[in-house]
Design a binder for this molecule. Structure first.
Ligand SMILES: [Zn+2]
Length: 138
């Protein structure tokens, strides 16, 4: 491996792991059924169902999560820290206009919770890598 390529890999690695401060969004724009009436609902529902299918749970009668979309920042308060998104008690909580991959990640938590009773906050499940999009979220 060339020195330049190693440098690029190192920078990419550090970039991915560097702590980034998000501003918590606080104003609730929408809260309720995932299939409800808000701007991005169709795309969000499509993504959540794609995650369900990806995890091999297509035939299971699991409900969709509900969603809370907030404005005023690029993160959301998840307990005692701020992240790009979180899944708490059946609700996906995200800032408005969040990347669809964050939705996919939180959907993995949702279906793990319904399938196993554990939403896997430690991200030990292989499903995060296989079906949860390319972002690292909480
Ligand atoms: Zn997570």
């Amino acid at each position: 491996m060339s020195r330049l390529l190693m440098l690029v890999v190192l920078v990419a690695f550090l970039g991915a792991c560097a702590p980034k401060a998000f501003t918590p969004a606080t104003e609730v724009l929408y809260e309720g059924e995932l299939a409800g009436d808000y701007a991005s609902s169709e795309r969000v529902v499509e993504e959540v169902l794609a995650v369900r299918d990806c995890m091999g749970l297509t035939e299971r009668p699991f409900p969709l999560p509900t969603i809370r979309a907030l404005s005023g920042g690029d993160g959301v308060q998840c307990g005692d820290f701020v992240a790009r998104g979180c899944y708490i008690g059946g609700v996906i909580i995200v800032p408005n206009n969040v990347e669809i991959d964050v939705i996919a990640h939180e959907a993995v938590h949702h279906y793990l919770f319904l399938d196993t009773g554990n939403p896997d906050p430690e991200h030990k499940s292989e499903w995060f890598l296989k079906c949860g999009g390319s972002v690292k979220a909480e």
